[in-house]
Each structure stands twice: as C-alpha cells, then as structure tokens.
Design a protein around this ligand. Structure first.
Ligand SMILES: NC(=O)c1ccc[n+]([C@@H]2O[C@H](COP(=O)([O-])OP(=O)(O)OC[C@H]3O[C@@H](n4cnc5c(N)ncnc54)[C@H](OP(=O)(O)O)[C@@H]3O)[C@@H](O)[C@H]2O)c1
Length: 286
C-alpha cells in the first residue's frame, strides 16, 4: 500500500503595517527548512481597520499563531482570549499562540533580548541606562526589572512617553527607576554598567549616531543596540572604539524568533541558522 502524503502545512502569520521590511519570515523559514518542519510562516500587511477581520480569518483557517508588529502590538489585545505573564506586565503583545483553541498573547521581545545579553553579562544587580521609551524599551526594561537589575535610568526625547514607562515600571516591578531628559550629547554616568539603545536612531536609511558624550563611554560598560539594520550601528562602532563590549540587535531578533517557534511547535530550533540568514540579508543590503 503506498504511503499517504499530506500536502497540508501548519501555518503561522505575521501582521504589520507596513511590514515589507520585516525580515522575520526569511529567518523563521530558514529554521523550518533546516529542521525539516512541516510549517509555513506568512507575512501579511494588515491595516489597523482590518485587524479584527484578520484575526478572525486566522482562527477560521486554523493558524497555530502569529507575530504582530507596529502598529498592532497593543490593539491586538482586544482580539485575543488571554495574555501570558510578560504580555500582561508589558501591556503589549508581539507573539500570539494557539493553546486549546484559544489565542493567547505573549511578549517575547524582552525575553529574547535578555537571552542575548546573558551571553555577554549577567544583568542581576547591574545599573542600566536605556535610551527610548517606546514598545521595545517597555519590553526590555520590564524583563530586566524582573531579572533583578539594581537600577534603570530611562532617557527619552519626549517626557510624556518617558513618564509612561517609569509609571509602568513603578506599578509593576520593584526596580529603582528614574527619568532623565535628553538634550545634546548625553553624558553617561560612570556608575552605568549596561547601556541599551531602544530608540530607532541609527535605523537604515538614516544611519546616524545616538547622541552621547563619547568620552563618557568607559571600558567597563556593555553597550547594546536593538537595531538590526545595519547590525553594526554608528553607536556600536563608537562604543567599540572606546573599548566597551558591544551587543547587536540580531541576537534579540533570533531569540524572540526561537521562543515563538518553541511556543507554536514545541521544537527548539538552532539559532545559528537564523542568525546566518539575517547576516546574509543585511550584508547584501549594505
Ligand atoms: N532586535 C529586535 O529584535 C528588535 C525588536 C523590537 C524593536 N527593535 C528596534 O527597536 C527600535 C525601537 O522600536 P520600538 O518598537 O520601541 O519603536 P517605538 O515604539 O516607535 O519607539 C521609538 C523610540 O525611539 C525614540 N526616538 C525615535 N526617533 C528619535 C530621535 N530622532 N531622537 C530621540 N529619540 C527618538 C522615541 O522617542 P519619543 O518618545 O520622543 O518619540 C521612542 O522612545 C526600532 O529601531 C526597532 O527596529 C528591534
């Protein structure tokens, strides 16, 4: 009797608007192919007014889950059946997982960053300075606070968003937190041990430097940038010239992708395959 062949694949989506420049599909599909997984990951442009219908469509078609990115990370919550712990603390979702017929929102951004940071330094008890107060800064700072960093300084251009993040950290975590305004080249206090750029300053095509006072970047500091394109931002180049240890944004992207795949399929995939794919994409792009 001939062996039966199934042509059906498990489906995972990715919603954004715009989403054409999001490399996650290439990275995740590289992992699926490497591990011979019967999955497909499909990137779809979903405008805000179609979000409800898009989620209903995925439910009808039996998708195992999906990622969502700007501008849907908060709005998606109204269309889900529940939230995991990180998403509930961060009040934003970037990964949705089907569990027992329910769509549950998770946030894997902060966890992905943390896994990447741990390869360079243990954040527990450290003094951290974060540039930015948007979605990525929320995810990263909440996760760092939960990991027991001693102090977080938020430096942000707009006071309003900065205050919102400080309020969130004070309400939901026990970390010591302060907000600083940002004018000109920011002088980094010498006590700082970890610096993280969570702004979009330096993102291609505006590949510019983060305004910091370069002479205050000291050799004991670990300097991180969440930006993936280009992986070696002017901020990281400057920090490396000053003798700091540096961490690019690819590790975070890969790790949040690995966590998502584990949630959807139960499979622990090889991150090096995903990193190679992202490096290949941005080395040809530059
Ligand atoms: N590696 C990864 O896996 C990963 C994951 C998520 C995000 N990211 C990257 O992280 C960055 C931020 O993403 P997000 O989702 O947090 O974006 P977002 O919610 O739009 O927040 C953007 C932040 O950047 C600040 N900003 C933007 N332009 C600025 C400028 N010219 N001067 C000073 N501050 C400026 C904003 O300050 P205001 O409040 O003053 O507007 C805000 O704090 C993006 O570049 C994204 O690509 C990487």
């Amino acid at each position: 009797m001939p062996k039966e062949i199934s042509f059906k694949k498990e489906l995972i989506g990715n919603f954004g608007y715009p989403v054409w420049d999001n490399p996650t599909e290439a990275m995740v599909e590289a992992a699926f192919a490497h591990h011979g997984m019967n999955y497909r990951y499909v990137t779809t442009e979903v405008p805000p007014e179609n979000l409800r219908a898009a989620v209903a469509g995925l439910r009808a078609m039996g998708y195992k889950g999906f990622n969502c990115t700007i501008p849907h990370k908060v709005a998606i919550i109204d269309h889900l059946d529940g939230l995991g712990e990180s998403a509930s603390l961060i009040e934003a979702v970037n990964c949705v997982v089907e569990r027992d017929g329910k769509y549950i929102g998770e946030n894997t951004d902060g966890k992905g960053f943390l896994q990447s940071l741990r390869e360079v330094i243990d954040p527990e008890g450290k003094k951290v300075l974060i540039f930015g107060a948007g979605g990525a800064a929320r995810a990263v700072s909440v996760e760092l606070a939960l990991q027991g960093v001693e102090k977080i300084t938020i430096v942000n251009r707009s006071t309003h968003r900065g205050e919102g993040l400080v309020d969130l950290l004070q309400r939901k975590t026990a970390v010591q937190v302060e907000l600083k305004s940002w004018e000109g080249n920011y002088p980094i206090p010498a006590e700082t041990e970890i610096i993280i750029n969570c702004t979009s300053i330096g993102l291609s095509p505006q590949v510019v430097r983060v305004p910091v006072d370069k002479k205050t970047l000291l050799t004991h500091m670990v300097v991180c940038d969440l930006i993936v394109n280009p992986p070696k931002t002017p901020f990281l180049q400057e920090a490396a010239e000053c003798g700091c240890r540096i961490l690019d944004g690819i590790g975070m992207l890969v790790n949040q992708g690995r966590i998502g795949i584990k949630y959807w399929s139960g499979v622990d995939v090889d991150g090096s395959v995903m990193r190679r794919k992202i490096e290949e994409i941005y080395s040809t792009a530059s």
